[in-house]
Design a protein around this ligand. Structure first.
Ligand code: F6P
Length: 465
């Protein structure tokens, strides 16, 4: 039935897999995730979301969740292996993140990528109303814009890439580079997180496809495709309200007491991913303990590491390395009843997360490369008291906006150590101008502002075509 006027297409449906397997359908709200970002934008708009449920297997029909109609894409075991774990997360993901781990190439993965992208495009073509807006999300689905345009030229098609778009030296390694660029160019507007990504894309389409580019977009085969940077954000007001609640304030105090009342708490919240710089951070922390610049009894590190892509070998190996390093630090520096690193490899709900943010004197967000990093923004929004310190990697998209953070190059372990010490020396009980300035920025640049600016630019691009 072609009746949807706004269609979101994303690799996954925004539902909580664990709850869904027990028959409860609720919005997936993992920290920094896509569902998390889009939730406030979509709950008040009649939207259809097309995606996969996170497990291989046959399609069942799903109820609407928070007013959003869900259309389930069925992926077989082979599709999951070759499309999601293979081409998306073992070829594109590492390459788009500076090849921190080497990208793996297999020809059968490309076939699966095409096949699965076609399935998403076919579903969207079936449900979208005439002239509807279809908003395609992320690197798993780069071919969908062109596939959809081929079937439904009446649609207004947007594509947004949540992860970094790499420089030509890296992208040129992809055996299917031309097809991937052409796939994206099926959109009317291609959005990126940072302006550098727009430049990388322009250079590539000129070089690989011979397209003409100017600062607003690309001209190819008689079509104009707009491009731009639209840094994604969070629901600032929602996080502020949650973090101000009595429940969160009490939980934060309880957390500090449970940690044994340390003088300072450093917090990190990451998906367990090699792009997040967890190993570099642990190394810096260990060296600070070895050098005696930190004392485990006074300063504690709480590392939340949410399990992710657990069947992909690079992720399994990372987990082993991280857990062995945590064990080593605790073995060397812990005491009976007091760990030096509190390592929690589990999913936290929003309230617990807000309490952790409020309990932390220093938040260390030090990825080696990250499209945006919404956890950094959430921490700032949660500090309704104006206190706290954010140590932020220069290589997170968020660093372009949160310029008052303690910015650091996480590859430079000495700089990482010095920056952590500097942040720990700030008075944790006094509101500081840096935090207040970042909070002010997020009040104006929240998720609603992001969606509005993207969708307005899409309207303009379509009106001009
Ligand atoms: O940052 C890119 C992203 O795809 C997010 O949208 C998502 O929340 C996260 O990575 C984890 O994705 P997944 O569990 O689907 O691999």
């Amino acid at each position: 039935m072609r009746d949807a006027s706004l269609v979101v297409i994303a690799s996954r449906l925004p539902i909580n897999d664990a709850a869904a397997s027990e028959g409860v359908f609720e919005w997936r709200r993992s920290p920094g995730g896509l569902g998390e970002a889009l939730h406030p934008v979509l709950i008040n708009t009649p939207t259809t979301w097309i995606g996969w449920a996170g497990k291989a297997g046959p399609t069942t029909s799903l109820p609407d969740v928070d007013g959003v109609r869900l259309v389930l894409i069925e992926l077989s075991e082979e599709d999951v292996r070759d499309h999601y774990e293979g081409f998306a997360n073992s070829t594109l993901w590492p390459l788009y993140h500076d090849a921190i781990e080497p990208a793996v190439h297999h020809r059968r993965w490309w076939e699966a990528y095409q096949r699965v992208n076609q399935r998403y495009a076919d579903h969207a073509a079936r449900v979208a109303a005439h002239g509807a807006v279809v908003w395609v999300q992320d690197y798993h689905l780069q071919l969908v814009p062109m596939m959809l345009r081929a079937q439904r030229p009446d649609l207004r098609i947007g594509f947004f890439l949540h992860v970094p778009f790499p420089p030509p030296e890296l992208f040129m390694q992809l055996p299917r580079r031309a097809e991937l660029l052409r796939g994206m160019l099926g959109a009317d507007l291609i959005g990126f997180q940072r302006i550098q990504a727009v430049h990388n894309f322009h250079q590539l389409v000129a070089k690989v496809l011979g397209a003409t580019v100017d600062e607003n977009g690309v001209e190819i085969d008689g079509r104009v495709v707009s491009t731009g940077a639209f840094p994604v954000s969070i629901d600032t007001a929602e996080m502020e309200a949650l973090a101000s609640s009595e429940e969160v304030v009490q939980k934060a105090a309880q957390l500090r007491a449970d940690l044994g009342g340390p003088q300072r708490v450093i917090l990190s919240v990451d998906r367990l991913d090699y792009t997040k710089g967890i190993e570099h951070r642990l190394k810096a922390y260990r060296e600070l303990l070895v050098d005696g610049r930190l004392k485990a009894a006074e300063t504690m590190l709480v590392q939340v590491a949410i399990p992710s892509r657990e069947r992909v070998e690079q992720y399994r190996l990372l987990r082993d390395r991280v857990e062995s390093e945590v064990g080593r630090i605790n073995g060397d520096f812990g005491r009976v009843g007091v760990a030096a690193v509190h390592y929690l490899s589990q999913v936290f709900d929003r309230t617990e997360l807000a309490a952790l943010y409020r309990a932390a004197d220093v938040m260390a967000v030090t990825p080696l490369r990250d499209g945006m990093n919404l956890v950094a923004k959430e921490y700032v929004a949660a500090r309704v008291d104006g206190c706290g310190a954010l140590v932020l990697s220069e290589f997170a998209g968020a660093a372009a906006e949160l310029t008052q953070a303690y910015l650091v190059n996480p590859h430079d372990v000495e700089a990482l150590k010095d920056t952590l010490i500097q942040a720990l020396q700030a008075d944790p009980t006094e509101p500081n101008p840096q935090m207040l300035a970042m909070r002010e920025h997020l009040r104006h640049h929240d998720i609603q502002a992001w969606a509005w600016s993207y969708l307005t630019a899409l309207e303009a691009a379509c009106a001009a075509r």
